[in-house]
Write a protein that binds this ligand. Structure first.
Ligand code: SF4
Length: 208
């Protein structure tokens, strides 16, 4: 049977691969169309996400919706997910072993959606493509991985805490329509492009 977002979500719903399953109310697999051009990846579910089973439904989610509206999109038009699908207790950061345990689900979601642009929201999703990087240094700078661009951005929650960060998030978001157009103009990626985020030699866009 071919993989699908529904199938992945069903598997997540019964997953016990890491200790986070013990405290969850609901799993939060992520949501959005399988044909999304953009995939937004945050860190992990918080209280409201755990209660509802939906990603980004609290204050951060409202800000994210504003950001999407600012570029002519709605949350229904993009896929929104997280690196871990179950809420860490007390909203602590997800641990490395929990992210590793959950990675295969995110891998499959990315493969199924095949987005043109992946936006990492916060440092935990950024670390997958930009290990050791500092978000304050690289936010908003797209980098090519195979047939797509990955754009690191601050987590919306950081924008709610700091007006300066909020301004930077808005500027970073405003680039997205042009970046999608750019990826659409590429055609087929060269065979030797680095698709694997673990690759040593991702292709750097010369434009940025
Ligand atoms: S966080 Fe991911 S790996 Fe851990 S129990 Fe939940 S779905 Fe499974």
């Amino acid at each position: 049977m071919p993989d699908s977002l529904d199938l992945i979500a069903q598997e997540i719903a019964s997953c016990t691969k890491c200790p986070l399953h013990q405290g969850r109310t609901n799993t939060v697999p992520g949501e959005g169309p399988a044909t999304s051009d953009i995939m937004l990846i945050g860190e992990g579910p918080g209280f409201y996400e755990d209660q509802s089973g939906r990603p980004f439904v609290g204050a951060s989610g409202r800000f994210l919706e504003e950001l999407l509206q600012g570029i002519g999109l709605s949350r229904e038009m993009v896929f929104i997910g997280n690196v871990v699908k179950c809420r860490p207790p007390e909203n602590r950061d997800p641990a490395a072993d929990e992210i590793a345990a959950c990675k295969a689900y995110l891998d499959r979601q990315i493969e199924t959606i095949d987005p043109k642009v992946i936006v990492t929201l916060g440092r935990f999703s950024m670390a997958r493509w930009f290990p050791k990087a500092r978000i304050s240094k690289i936010h908003g700078q797209p980098r090519r991985f195979g047939s797509r661009l990955v754009v690191p951005m601050y987590h919306p929650a950081a924008g709610l805490r700091s007006p300066k960060v909020k301004e930077e998030i808005v500027l970073d978001f405003n680039q997205l329509p042009a970046l999608i157009d750019q990826v659409k103009s590429w055609g087929e990626p060269p065979q030797d492009d680095a698709e694997d985020p673990d690759s040593d030699d991702p292709v750097q866009l010369s434009l940025f």
